[in-house]
Design a protein around this ligand. Structure first.
Ligand SMILES: C[S@@+](CC[C@H](N)C(=O)[O-])C[C@H]1O[C@@H](n2cnc3c(N)ncnc32)[C@H](O)[C@@H]1O
Length: 328
């Protein structure tokens, strides 16, 4: 079962023990996934990849991630990154927490000469990863484990990883170590649960504010912070990165914009936000023991009403790029 699942994602699975990895040069897996580590867990009607990670990996979540990917394409005018990558492609790329693989597959299609290692702790069935590209390799890997890649990367990409790691500094330090001198890291975040939504008429008593503060408390008590601290310039410079560029892009949420492009974007982001409320909160909040399933669903419903009826609602999306110095 494990092998066929991984094959579906286009990964070459080594049957021998010689530790050769996907590109024949490295051992990427820090541990070989067993059937038990891949057994999904069903909770309150959602499917999760393990006992810990707070977001589901079921079909609705996969669809939501694909919508988010399409929204990013509109936002970036068809580009996949804000990092200044060479037009012929960056060379060797790591996509950490690739999800269903939309970004990695698109990157592989655009840059056939670029090798992309796309990692995740979860297996997503179906999705873009079923397009088996020779230069895109899916890999089960936990980014908080020690990285054992044998060849450095030219570009490392993190998108939507808020709340995934206990120790962002540790993950960044490993990324720094595994980047080629001159290589780039990019972190992209748009987590509405991290208080990124802005209402045209702020209301301190909104259900959204209750949602954000409950999510923050849950994340802190579970040890997986989900604020914006990992997006601070100072964290990256303290590790050794230079040319740190932090950009906040304000994106409409809803049907209110008059401009066609903005309105298309707004509708997609609204759907992603509405669908994401339960996906983000159900496990986190119930795991604290302070919330019951029905209470979480009720809160999500109330936040949904606020979002759907809010003219002028926006979300702030942060893009951070940084370079490893040539002489390091
Ligand atoms: C919100 S999704 C984002 C997926 C993708 N980056 C995108 O932008 O569509 C977060 C992904 O991170 C993965 N993930 C969570 N913790 C991880 C870890 N410790 N190491 C690697 N991947 C992880 C999850 O399984 C999930 O697929």
């Amino acid at each position: 079962m494990v092998k066929s699942e991984l094959d579906t994602r286009g990964e070459q699975v080594d049957s021998d023990d010689d530790n050769n990895g996907v590109d024949g040069t490295e051992s990427i897996r820090t541990s070989t996934p067993s059937d038990s580590t891949l057994q999904p867990i069903y909770e309150n009607g959602r499917r999760y990849c393990n006992e810990i990670y707070f977001m589901p990996n079921d079909e609705p979540e996969q669809t939501r991630l694909s919508i988010v990917h399409q929204a990013f394409l509109i936002l970036l005018d068809g580009e996949l990154t804000k990092a200044p990558l060479p037009p012929e492609g960056p060379g060797r790329v790591l996509d950490v927490g690739t999800g269903p693989g939309d970004w990695a597959v698109e990157m592989g299609q655009r840059y056939p000469n670029t090798e992309i290692i796309a990692t995740d702790i979860s297996v997503f069935d179906g999705g873009p990863a079923i397009i088996s590209l020779p230069n895109v390799h899916f890999q089960l890997d936990d980014a908080e484990d020690e990285w054992t890649y044998h060849k450095p990367f030219n570009y490392i990409h993190f998108r939507g990883m808020s709340g995934a790691f206990r120790d962002w500094r540790g993950v960044y330090e490993q990324a720094f170590k595994h980047l080629q001198p001159g290589g780039y890291i990019e972190i992209v975040e748009s987590d509405p649960a991290a208080d990124n939504l802005r209402f045209a008429v702020p209301n301190p008593d909104s259900y959204y504010n209750i949602f954000v503060s409950a999510m923050r408390n849950a994340a802190d008590s579970l040890g997986y912070p989900r604020g914006r601290e990992h997006l601070e310039r100072s964290l990256l410079t303290s590790i050794g990165f230079v040319d740190v560029n932090v950009q906040d892009v304000i994106v409409p949420v809803g049907v209110w914009p008059r401009d066609f492009r903005q309105s298309t974007l707004g509708k997609m982001v609204l759907i992603a936000c509405l669908e994401g409320l339960e996906a983000r909160s159900l496990r986190s909040l119930t795991a604290t023991g302070k919330w019951k399933v029905d209470e979480v669903r009720d809160l999500c419903e109330k936040v949904k009403q606020e979002l759907m009826t809010s003219e002028g609602l926006t979300i702030s999306v942060r893009f951070v790029t940084a370079r490893k110095p040539e002489n390091s």
